[in-house]
Write a protein that binds this ligand. Structure first.
Ligand SMILES: Cc1ncc(COP(=O)(O)O)c(C=O)c1O
Length: 426
């Protein structure tokens, strides 16, 4: 084959590829594997029933069904759905959006592919090579290989601080971010952050949003806040999540974590210039996004029904599991053996084992042989500099992420395997 350099980005296995392959093995192929690795949402009976009813209702109306499956949408997704979403955000947050602020994408992951490449790489206008800044790592594994040139991501470490007896929390290193932006602002195309964060479950506070907003306005640099797990849907949050409206803020939302990863629907809220470009790119990439969500959830945003379902069934489901896993870990390990990041949202625990004698890549392989899948921490520091890796704040080799979206039985079995495997290495 005569491949172009495009293939160079995809020759080696990215962290997200390995994770998705593991997920497929765990959930689809090998029932004995305890899968605490991937980001698949749990099967919440009430949500499944809700979606099933909506699907049946849709199926009763032949015309609607044929429209849903038989017609390409516009490159930005269903106009009616975008209007409904704009009305919903306006009512809910008091924003003043129109459909021109909204794009429907093929999952939010694909939105990152478009946005990260729009804001990174060489700009002949500026005569600069632009990069994406991740102001606090550990950060989502799925960002790492998204820019066509991997080197166009810059990561900064968060500072771990204990917040109470049970947890620690990475704080933004405000001084470092300030110094970095003061000296490198011309080459930063976009600042990106997940909130609730994957892998830590960290939610950006109002103060932190204001801190980032200051730099985004000063340097005309957008801030992308990835809300795949957040408020108001799927609402996997255990403390308040706040938002600010700004021309420089891009919010990405997803329907996946409410229980609909199979219909691949992401929602981008951004200023109309950015949205217009997304439409042009999507037309080239895949003509138009799918329109199942637009039909399935029609009017369910406007009347708040969907978000009420999320609040009533999704939030308590994960809160209960979060507490079960924390208690399970406390029973399995001595206090001095592990640290947990304060889980403020999402369905992951970021666990650091300060005295671990092997790195968590090795641990991952051993656990896999013992039929437990976790994600080793080192994947969550995209393109982190060698200098930063020497910092005492770098936890990549001593940390793991576990997902607690699966059944209680699975979770407890997973903790048992983790405990039995890891004890000789602590
Ligand atoms: C933080 C975060 N953002 C975005 C996504 C992408 O989700 P989707 O493409 O299904 O919307 C994920 C998936 O796991 C995620 O963890």
């Amino acid at each position: 084959m005569k491949y172009s350099d495009f293939i160079n980005n995809y020759q080696s296995d990215s962290g997200i590829f390995i994770l998705m392959e593991d997920l497929n093995k765990g959930l689809n192929l090998d029932p004995d594997l305890v899968m605490l690795g991937g980001g698949n949402p749990g099967f919440i009976p009430e949500m499944q029933e809700y979606f099933y009813l909506l699907y049946q209702e849709l199926g009763k109306n032949k015309k609607l069904f044929f429209d849903m499956i038989g017609i390409y949408d516009s490159p930005l997704g269903s106009q009616e759905f975008r209007e409904e979403l704009a009305d919903f955000f306006n009512l809910f947050f008091g924003w003043n959006l129109t459909k021109e602020h909204i794009a429907i994408t093929v999952g939010s992951q694909n939105a990152f592919y478009i946005l990260f490449n729009l804001f990174s790489g060489y700009s002949s206008d500026l005569k600069k090579n632009l990069k994406i800044l991740l102001p606090i790592t550990p950060e989502y594994i799925g960002y790492e290989d998204v820019p066509l040139n991997k080197k166009n991501i810059v990561s900064l470490l968060g500072i771990p601080e204990s917040t109470n007896e049970d947890f620690f929390r990475y704080q933004l290193d405000r001084e470092k971010i300030h110094n970095f932006l003061e000296t490198h602002y011309e080459e930063i195309g976009c600042i990106a952050i997940s909130s609730p964060g994957n892998p830590t479950g960290r939610i950006l506070s109002y103060n932190e949003l204001i801190f980032l907003k200051e730099y985004s306005s000063k340097y005309h640099t957008p801030v992308l806040v990835d809300c795949a797990y957040g408020f108001p849907f799927p609402n996997i949050i255990y403390k308040q999540q706040t938002f600010i409206q700004s021309d420089y803020f891009i919010y990405t939302f997803s329907l996946s974590k409410s229980g609909l990863p199979g219909i691949r629907t992401g929602i981008v809220v951004a200023n109309p210039d950015i949205i217009k470009i997304i439409g042009k790119i999507q037309a080239i990439q895949f003509l138009s996004p799918n329109r199942i969500a637009a039909f399935l959830l029609k009017n369910r945003f406007k009347n708040f029904e969907f978000i009420q379902q999320c609040k009533q069934y999704i939030t308590p489901y994960y809160l209960k599991k979060r507490n079960l896993v924390i208690d399970g870990l406390k029973n399995a390990f001595k206090k001095s053996e592990f640290l947990i990041h304060e889980p403020e949202g999402a369905y992951f625990l970021w666990i650091v084992f300060p005295t671990l004698k092997i790195n968590t890549q090795e641990l991952y392989q051993i656990l896999k042989q013992n039929k437990l899948i976790i994600v080793p921490g080192n994947y969550y520091y995209p393109n982190l500099s060698e200098e930063e890796k020497q910092s005492p704040y770098y936890d990549g080799d001593k940390s793991i992420r576990i997902s607690y979206s699966q059944s209680d039985e699975y979770l407890l079995k997973g903790i048992e395997i983790l405990r039995n495997t890891i004890k000789e290495y602590l």
